[in-house]
Design a protein around this ligand. Structure first.
Ligand code: 4AD
Ligand code: MG
Length: 439
């Protein structure tokens, strides 16, 4: 028979006052005297203070409990009683305890460097900070599924091994595949473009790999991208979907994770304010004007925006900003020419990036897709690719092609912004970067 036990969050309630409960978890903090035991117990739902006396517990249990190190796993039995000094307002008056597995001295103590904590990620993952981030991450990806399914999109899963580059050869990870060369996916996009001719509206959340050689607080070598692709839609239409998707995600997190946001010290009012605002859309050319007039930065038209320029631009916006119509030359081969652009001194593409406020950079990148085979071949050659390797992709333009658009949202970028994290490495349980492959 399964024994009944409760989660900590479920007993921190007035109607549990006086009831006898069993809790299972790990020792988070411990102190006490020869007569009294004070420990804080942790489980996945929260922490609770537990107190017991030598008299009530008896010498055997009391001495065993007093000898335990933090992170020992235990089963605690006792009565719930209110205590205004205890975190959560309630404590357990312990009347029984079982040790499941005693811990050795825990290697993580206060004031350790971020790098040390990353070396110890397999243990640091238990911290309240990372537990809250992981819980919010789970809400975030769950919200993406609910958002798209609610709109009639189908989940479509792409291959991870791929023979093609989507976002430029320089960030491809090459893999030895039965003595042949293959790559880890940089984006689901090319396969999504095949699938929209069957399913029309699709989305996914899946791992993505890029050999990013620069050390930044925004780049991971392995990250998760949530992408969508839709037949018949223009890039301006999918921008609206991206805005709604992110508002939906923020709303869900505010609703489901208020305690986690509190633990992370996130300003929830600020997050809520994004839901009410209209999010601006400007052209790349307008962005350069703002940077020049207000930001004192003169950028040559035609260059992609760099991190410092994106950050400066965002000082003038208090909600995510979408920049459209970047110079065609600087863009990936599949982004088509925008023939209707009015303010640009040169050719621009039907594309967009969405930038987050407060220095979190690009969270979404998307575009309409080129449907003209000759234009695609020309752009591929310019990128140094052999169009022969993309024959299957060209077929998509040969058999009833239709206009289609899509975008990719960086899961860790969005999570880092929502949780106000200093580094993207804390937005993923086990980060992979240029330097880090362990643990
Ligand atoms: O802008 P990107 O490169 O767009 C594409 O890959 C398109 N094929 C997507 C599409 O249209 N389906 O990447 C999309 C997003 C970026 O806006 C950023 O948020 C995130 O993916 N991203 C990264 N996140 C963490 N580490 C990296 N190295 C990232 N590179 C991109
Ligand atoms: Mg991009």
């Amino acid at each position: 028979m399964v024994r009944e036990w409760k989660q900590i969050a479920d007993v921190l309630r007035e109607d549990c006052e006086g009831s006898q409960v069993e809790l299972r978890g790990w020792i988070y903090r411990t102190r006490g005297s020869n007569k009294m035991l004070f420990l804080v117990l942790r489980d996945s739902s929260g922490i609770i203070q537990c107190v017991g006396s030598r008299n009530d517990l008896g010498d055997g249990v009391f001495d065993l409990a007093r000898s335990l190190m933090v992170e020992s796993s235990v089963i605690v039995k006792g009565r719930i009683s209110p205590d205004s000094r205890a975190p959560g307002g309630f404590e357990v008056q312990v009347n029984g305890m079982e040790v499941v597995s005693p811990a050795e001295p825990f290697p993580i103590t206060k004031d350790q460097s971020e790098e040390y904590l990353r070396d110890m990620r397999h243990l640091w993952i238990r911290s309240r900070k990372l537990t809250s981030i992981m819980r919010i991450r789970s809400t975030l990806t769950g919200a993406i599924h609910d958002f798209f399914r609610g709109m009639g999109f189908h989940e479509f899963t792409p291959p991870i091994f791929t023979p093609n580059s989507c976002e430029g050869g320089s960030t491809l990870f090459e893999v030895n595949y039965y003595d042949r060369k293959i790559y880890l996916t940089q984006s689901w996009q090319l396969y999504a473009e095949a699938a929209v001719f069957a399913l029309e509206r699709i989305y996914d959340v899946s791992p993505t790999f890029r050999a990013e050689r620069s050390k930044t607080s925004r780049h991971l070598s392995e990250f998760w991208m949530a992408e969508m692709e839709s037949a018949w839609m223009t890039y301006m239409e999918v921008i609206e979907i991206a805005q709604e998707e992110i508002k939906f995600i923020i709303g869900r997190i505010l609703e489901r994770n208020p305690k986690d946001l509190e633990i992370l010290d996130v300003d929830q009012e600020r997050l809520r304010s994004y839901l009410e605002k209209d999010w601006s859309v400007i052209t790349y050319t307008e962005a350069l004007d703002i940077l020049k007039d207000k930001g004192g930065m003169e950028i040559e038209w035609g260059k992609d925006l760099r991190t410092i320029e994106e950050d400066r631009l965002m000082e003038f916006f208090d909600a995510p900003l979408t920049v459209i119509q970047y110079p065609k030359e600087a863009m990936a081969f599949y982004k088509p020419l925008e023939g209707q652009a009015v303010d640009a001194p040169g050719p621009v593409a039907k594309c967009f990036d969405m930038l987050a406020p407060n220095g979190y950079g690009e969270i979404v990148g998307g575009s309409e897709r080129e449907t003209d085979i000759e234009a695609l071949m020309g752009s591929l050659r310019k990128e140094g690719e052999d169009p022969k390797n993309y024959e299957w992709y060209m077929d998509l333009r040969r058999y009833g092609s239709v206009p289609h658009s899509g975008y990719g949202l960086g899961v860790e970028r969005l999570l880092a912004w929502i949780c106000a994290l200093d580094n993207i490495k804390d937005a993923i349980p086990f980060p992979r970067t240029l330097k880090r492959t362990n643990p």
